[in-house]
Design a protein around this ligand. Structure first.
Ligand code: G3P
Length: 215
């Protein structure tokens, strides 16, 4: 299980977060804290899981069991590769509510922590009913931008925290500074989900350290 407040790094498909560069970011994160959660690309997951002690989550999994499903990323294979969790329903990789439900169940079956993304309060409320391990609120319009969810949507964050009841809520989209991370926790979030602010930074070490230590 992940420790709170949590810093989750989504490497996405950024060139700066691929292959050897991904491994470098993972090792930098590990030196700062072994609690930082890493979400590398599928092709890099096993190498990173072997190289660092941090929790490693798959960026995406498919609702397939082991078998004749060419091209599927199964929860079974993610677990075998060293993943301890999976992102589900990221805005850049959306799935139906039924698929979210199946994926949460598959994660449970294979001992993976399910982190389900929600684009707004109404999706947070739908996802809460499916009882994932974690929920991340990420408004799509702010993803990859310069305005943080914590400054643009503070009241929505508070409502999402309330709607989540006992399920820990993370927030993401535009999170880059120590102030953003601090504000997230002040608003009741249990951590932040960050991509471009770290992966595309000229100094990932400084950003990771700052975000982690501000929460
Ligand atoms: O999953 C994290 C993400 O979508 C946020 O992206 O680049 O705004 O930190 P970014």
């Amino acid at each position: 299980m992940i420790k709170f407040p949590a810093l989750v790094i989504n490497f996405k498909a950024y060139e700066e977060g691929t292959g050897r560069k991904a491994l470098r970011i993972a090792k930098v994160a590990e030196k700062i804290s072994k609690k930082i959660v890493l979400c590398p690309q599928a092709f890099d997951l096993n190498a990173i899981a072997k190289a660092v002690k941090n929790p490693v989550f798959a960026q995406s999994v498919d609702p397939a069991l082991p078998g004749a499903h060419t091209g599927s990323n199964t929860c079974f294979a993610a677990k075998k590769a060293g993943a301890s969790g999976a992102l589900i329903n990221h805005s850049e990789n959306k799935v139906s509510l039924n698929t979210i439900k199946s994926l949460i169940e598959l994660c449970r079956t294979y001992g993976l922590t399910s982190l389900v993304c929600a684009q707004n309060l109404s999706w947070v409320k739908k996802i809460v009913k499916l009882k994932p391990d974690l929920i991340a609120y990420e408004p799509p319009a702010l993803i990859g931008g310069s305005v943080s969810v914590t400054s643009a949507k503070p009241s929505v964050i508070t409502k999402c925290v309330k709607a989540c009841e006992k399920i820990p809520l993370l927030v993401g989209a535009g999170v880059k500074t120590c102030e953003d991370a601090k504000k997230a926790v002040e608003l009741g979030a249990k951590g932040v989900l960050v991509a471009s602010g770290i992966v595309k930074s000229k100094n990932p070490r400084k950003v990771i350290k700052g975000l982690f230590e501000s929460m």
